[in-house]
Design a protein around this ligand. Structure first.
Ligand SMILES: Nc1nc2c(ncn2[C@@H]2O[C@H](COP(=O)(O)OP(=O)(O)OP(=O)(O)O)[C@@H](O)[C@H]2O)c(=O)[nH]1
Ligand SMILES: [Mg+2]
Length: 238
């Protein structure tokens, strides 16, 4: 997504700086302007501390918090309107570690938004959609910064599936109905109040379908970011 979003921004005359925050990334499919691997590499953390990949990711996340100030200083040397920051693929690392709070503070909390990527395979079913909403709610509650709710890899879904999923994301009661019709889902534990409260607390957001493969949906992501930070003003050059 960082690759495709960056490409899209360039076509719009917008400049953006790419930041890889994944110390375990083997290959990054875009030109990285700022790379956490210049400070921390997962393979080296594993070797130096005798850790497996999971333990090393956790330690690397804490090490990153200690280097966040340095990374931020490098960011300040760029003159740009936007940084596209690619966090580690394992979302629990970024969601549950205290270190990510330190990183967001160092990079500038007031200017940051979280782009949450919902997995198309998960949101295809009503019960999977609920799991996805709950996961995104966890990320949102941990970080309490503006939140862009994206459905990634949307080209993998049929137009009908996409329409249904977006409809669910707009109306919890639609999702509730679908859940009740899904014979494979246990219904006793579910209550419509649950959906209502998700809506009330503001975690229930419209999903913005995006495809990096087809380069679609980025206009909507950009618009939402503009709405959040610029009151809807479009900063694209004429
Ligand atoms: N069909 C389709 N495939 C995609 C899209 N975006 C990424 N992929 C593919 O999905 C696979 C995983 O890529 P990503 O989801 O970007 O994950 P990653 O950053 O490589 O890995 P982690 O950060 O460890 O999760 C790669 O094979 C990509 O080519 C998309 O929009 N559509
Ligand atoms: Mg990744």
């Amino acid at each position: 997504m960082v690759r495709a979003f960056h490409e899209w921004m360039v076509t719009q005359g917008l400049d953006a700086v790419t930041v890889n925050l994944d110390p375990g990334a083997d290959r990054v499919p875009y030109e990285v302007d700022i790379d956490v691997r210049d400070w921390i590499r997962l393979s080296e953390v594993m070797e130096e501390h005798g850790l497996g990949p999971n333990g090393a990711q956790v330690l690397a996340a804490d090490l990153l918090a200690m280097k966040a100030g340095e990374v931020s200083e490098v960011m300040e040397t760029f003159r740009t309107g936007y940084f596209l920051i690619d966090t580690p693929g394992q979302m629990e690392l970024f969601t549950f570690r205290e270190s990510s709070r330190v990183v967001i503070d160092a990079f500038g909390r007031e200017d940051s938004a979280l782009v949450y990527l919902n997995d198309p395979a998960l949101v295809k079913t009503a019960s999977g959609m609920i799991s996805s909403v709950l996961l995104s709610a966890t990320a949102l509650f941990r970080h309490v910064i503006p939140f862009v709710n994206v459905l990634s890899k949307s080209d993998l879904l049929s137009p009908e599936e996409l329409e249904t999923i977006v409809k669910w994301s707009l109306d919890p009661l639609e999702l509730y109905d679908a859940l009740m019709q899904d014979a494979a889902t246990p219904k006793t534990l579910l209550d419509v109040e649950f959906f209502k409260s998700m809506e009330t607390i503001g975690v229930y957001r419209k999903l913005l379908p995006v495809s990096s493969e087809a380069s679609t949906g980025f206009e909507d992501v950009y618009s939402q970011v503009q709405l959040t930070f610029e009151g809807g003003d479009d900063l694209r050059p004429d």
